[in-house]
Design a protein around this ligand. Structure first.
Ligand code: OGA
Ligand code: MN
Length: 196
């Protein structure tokens, strides 16, 4: 995984985001998609909110996806494997970049057709622990015209990321970004690496 980690880090340092397309093997990707869909079909997801517990507002005009927080204690083998790879990345970041990451959290997200998440940052106004954001795409397939692209805004340009299954994107949690309206069911696993 060393090269994968380095590609993500160098991308972030050089252009503001890192991206790799083979974070998991195709078997692991299929397993994780199945895990997401099992939990979704068991009605374990809920409407995503904005902000954290002190100022949770359900504003469907800003985001209208559905989420499920991964819980390491009840994670299945596919989910554990994913979380272990993230832990490997955290260790690498801390050792090579003194990133000071203490823990991380992940949620599955399902964007049904017509869902979006308007421009935002992932760092809360009243809690700046989120340092880095990771988004891993899990849809069955993605083709041009399917929508649901991730837009990353820097001072002078906007980058469009296609949510291709198996792709992992890595950026600072204070970078403004947006998910444009998806025209298909869009599946992902999104997480945050946090300082103390
Ligand atoms: C988020 C988010 C981006 C994506 O969940 O905060 O911005 O591409 N997700 O799913
Ligand atoms: Mn976000």
């Amino acid at each position: 995984m060393f090269e994968t980690y380095e590609t993500l880090i160098h991308g972030l340092l050089e252009k503001g985001f890192g991206s790799v397309d083979h974070w998991l093997s195709s078997e692991e990707l299929v397993g994780l998609r199945k895990s997401l869909l099992l939990r979704y079909n068991d009605d374990l997801f809920h409407s995503a909110g904005i902000g954290n517990k002190d100022n949770l507002q359900m504003i469907k005009k800003i985001r209208n996806d559905h989420i499920y927080w991964l819980d390491a204690a009840i994670a299945n083998p596919c989910e554990k494997e994913f979380l272990q790879k993230v832990q490997g990345f955290v260790n690498h970041l801390n050792q090579t970049c003194f990133a000071g990451i203490h823990n991380f959290e992940f949620q599955y997200a399902v964007y049904e057709k017509g869902s979006f998440y308007k421009k935002h940052v992932d760092r809360f106004m009243n809690d700046n622990k989120r340092q880095f954001s990771l988004v891993f795409y899990l849809s069955e397939a993605w083709n041009p015209g399917d929508g649901g692209e991730l837009l990353l805004y820097s001072d002078d340009m906007t980058t469009t990321i296609q949510p291709i299954p198996g792709r992992m994107v890595f950026f600072r949690s204070d970078l403004p970004h947006e998910v444009v309206t998806s025209n298909i069911q869009r599946l992902s696993l999104t997480g945050w690496m946090k300082s103390i």
